[in-house]
Design a protein around this ligand. Structure first.
Ligand code: ADP
Ligand code: MG
Ligand code: ZN
Length: 479
């Protein structure tokens, strides 16, 4: 059954912009503070107040447009979107309607069948509403927090180009990564700074016309979006299969139950009576300014991928991992500048640093070991001053104390034993102490080699250079 129908998906993504102040007033744009402390007559919608546009919000919107290959309007307007809701004291949101800031873009994603472009219909600016908090003390209570009123948002509307829940997931990941690289939002879905509504329809494979769509809201993670889409595709396919019709409506996703329910009719009524915002002049984008914003845009994920491949000769898999967070990518590059060992650095960053970040549930920006110290550790390893075993010990000490790796090696006596007669002497002693095993080895029990390696490591407290130990052992045992 599922084979017969093909999903068609378009996403509407709202992203809060990380400006200092709100979109039309001087109130702080800050998440997580005590309720209703970042408010003023403008964002509370007192009569007689006038909005003043935050230039930074426009700049961030333009950056999002440029990074997604959009055209940037040189002239656009704001519009009032009218509706009543307790968390919207003004009774309308200032948004953009017929003339968005950015339009006709695309975002490249990795789909199941390779690279694919997803069209971006438009990116427009709007202000956020307040927040209703339900059921704090009892089921009947609703609390209102107006700190979010007037926080700048962009809404990014995709073309209905997405053909599977997996593509939707990849689209969201790429979009989030791009916006994080631009440093215009922290894109935190749990805290609501990125919100996604999904439009879904299905059609018989090979058909050209789109089917009737529903809109799914209320997902709070990317995997939630994927699950909600899978649920709705199944529901619609089954409905059509049984001869029914899809009703155009808005559905609310219940993540705990993993099912969707229709929104109540009232919540859904969508007659916003848009009209041009009379309190704001049209927005003209100065071409010089636009040019400057273009120049300011940081390296984006795709470009970084290409450069990493060329400069560091890493595998695609490793590059994707390193660039999946631009702060990690920066940490990597700063470390390589010191270590001059791109592959070794990538390996240690992934195996050790990322492990610690995960265990401690912290970001790389809060990591205890600076790029400089990490690079110095890798130099010791690269130059065979310590072996991998000892490097791990030093790494763990470095986590606890802000001292240089060289000092730790010195203090702990971890310098690698190599080349010296000292190492040969120790190995000879090991063979003497285990003369039975040595005899058995010489008679053909070759698997005892590992036993001798172990004995040498034990005697040197893990400091022996493994390659040299192997060589010397071979020489002494096989002669
Ligand atoms: P609205 O103004 O009601 O939100 P839009 O025309 O702006 O409607 O479309 C919203 C989203 O729905 C867009 O992302 C678009 O790609 C998507 N969409 C439109 N038609 C369909 C369809 N038949 N099936 C799936 N998605 C669709
Ligand atoms: Mg919509
Ligand atoms: Zn305000």
């Amino acid at each position: 059954m599922a084979e017969v129908y093909e999903p068609v998906i378009g996403l509407e993504v709202h992203v809060q912009l990380q400006t200092q102040s709100k979109m039309f007033c001087k109130c702080k744009n800050k998440y997580g503070d005590a309720p209703n402390i970042h408010t003023c007559p403008i964002c509370l919608g007192y009569p007689g107040t006038l909005p003043v546009l935050n230039k930074k919000a426009v700049e961030f919107g333009i950056k999002a447009g440029l990074a997604t290959n959009c055209e940037i309007a040189d002239f656009c307007r704001f519009a009032r979107k009218n509706y009543f809701y307790p968390d919207l004291p003004k009774g309308y949101q200032i948004s953009q309607y017929k003339q968005p800031l950015c339009y006709s873009g695309k975002l490249m994603i990795e789909s199941e069948n390779g690279e694919k472009a997803i069209g971006i219909t438009r990116i427009h600016l709007e202000e956020d509403s307040g927040k209703s908090i339900h059921g704090v003390e009892s089921d009947e209570d609703t609390y209102l927090d107006f700190n979010r009123c007037g926080v700048p948002l962009i809404e990014i509307v995709s073309e209905p180009d997405i053909r599977s829940p997996e593509e939707a997931y990849q689209y969201l990941r790429k979009l989030k990564l791009t916006l994080e690289y631009l440093e215009i939002s922290d894109c935190n879905m749990e805290q609501g700074s990125l919100r996604c509504d999904a439009n879904i329809s299905v059609r018989k494979k090979g058909e050209r016309e789109f089917g009737i769509r529903t809109e799914m809201k209320n997902m709070n993670s990317f995997s939630g979006v994927k699950k909600a889409l899978e649920f709705e595709i199944k529901r619609q396919s089954k409905l059509l299969e049984e001869g029914g019709k899809v009703v155009q409506q808005t559905l609310l996703w219940d993540d705990r139950r993993e099912e969707a329910r229709p929104m109540r009719g009232k919540e859904e009524s969508e007659d916003y009576r848009y009209f041009p915002e009379p309190d704001l002049v049209a927005l003209e984008v100065d071409q010089k300014w636009l040019h400057k914003i273009k120049e300011d845009i940081a390296e984006l994920p795709d470009e970084k991928h290409k450069r990493f491949k060329k400069e560091y000769e890493l595998r695609d898999y490793d590059i994707d991992l390193l660039i999946s967070d631009h702060n990690i990518a920066n940490y990597y590059e700063n470390t390589v500048e010191i270590s001059e060992a791109p592959v070794l650095t990538s390996k240690w960053l992934q195996n050790e640093v990322l492990r610690v970040l995960k265990e401690e549930n912290i970001n790389i920006t809060d990591f205890a070991i600076s790029e400089k110290r990490f690079g110095q550790l890798l130099i010791l390893l690269k130059d065979d001053k310590i072996n991998a075993n000892s490097a791990k010990k030093v790494f763990n000490k470095m986590l606890q104390n802000d001292v240089s790796p060289a000092e730790i090696v010195e203090e702990e006596g971890l310098a690698q034993m190599s080349g010296s007669d000292q190492l040969a002497g120790i190995i000879e002693a090991v063979l003497e102490e285990n003369s039975d095993e040595a005899a058995r080895y010489r008679e053909g029990e070759k698997k005892l080699f590992g036993f001798f390696m172990g004995q040498v490591m034990k005697k040197t407290k893990g400091k022996a250079n493994p390659q040299e130990t192997q060589e010397i052992l071979r020489k002494l045992l096989d002669e």
